[in-house]
Design a protein around this ligand. Structure first.
Ligand SMILES: [Zn+2]
Length: 160
C-alpha cells in the first residue's frame, strides 16, 4: 500500500511508514467499535440473573426429583448453590456499578457526535500533529541574547 501522507509505495498495512513514520492502518479490515460499558453491565446483569435462576432451580430439582440420594447429588447441589450465591454477589456489584455509571455526567452532544464519527484508528494514527514550526519571524539567538544582557546590565530604573 501507499502511505497516505508521504506517498511512499510498497508498504505493509498495520505498520509504520518507512519514510515518514505515520501509522498505516489496514483499511480493508472492519473498524472495531468499542462496546460501551453500559452494554457490558447490561450483559452481566442478564447473565448473572440467568445463572442464579438456573443453578438454584437445578439444585432444587436434584433434591426434589431424584429419590435415591447418592453423595454425588449433595456435592453437585452444593456446588450449584455455591455458584448461585457467587452470582448473586456479582449481580449486586453490577447493579451498584450501574447506578454509579448513571450518576456520571452524560456526554455532551458534541462529545457523543465525535465518538460517533471518529473511527477507532483515527485517534492513534492521524490525530492532528502540531503544525510545522514557523521560523520566518524568529529573531536570531544573538539578538535575544544581546537584549537580555543589555537589560541585565542596565542600571536599576528608579521607581517613579
Ligand atoms: Zn509516509
Amino acid at each position: 500500500m501507499f502511505c497516505p501522507r508521504c506517498g511512499k509505495a510498497d508498504q505493509l498495512p498495520e505498520t509504520y511508514c518507512r519514510q515518514c513514520g505515520v501509522f498505516l492502518p489496514d483499511l480493508s479490515k472492519p473498524i472495531k467499535r468499542e462496546i460501551p460499558p453500559e452494554e457490558h453491565l447490561k450483559a452481566n446483569t442478564v447473565l448473572n440473573s440467568l445463572t442464579i435462576i438456573v443453578s438454584f432451580t437445578l439444585s432444587f430439582l436434584l433434591f426434589a426429583v431424584i429419590p435415591d440420594k447418592h453423595p454425588l447429588i449433595y456435592v453437585t447441589a452444593g456446588l450449584l448453590l455455591g455458584i448461585g450465591a457467587w452470582h448473586i454477589q456479582t449481580l449486586i456489584r453490577t447493579l451498584k456499578l450501574k447506578k454509579q455509571w448513571k450518576r456520571r455526567a452524560p456526554l455532551t452532544e458534541i462529545q457523543a457526535a465525535m465518538q460517533e464519527t471518529q473511527p477507532a484508528f483515527e485517534s492513534a494514527s492521524s490525530a492532528k500533529s502540531l503544525d510545522q514550526a514557523d521560523f520566518a519571524d524568529t529573531l536570531p539567538a544573538s539578538v535575544t541574547e544581546n537584549t537580555t544582557r543589555h537589560l541585565a546590565e542596565r542600571p536599576e530604573r528608579k521607581m517613579s
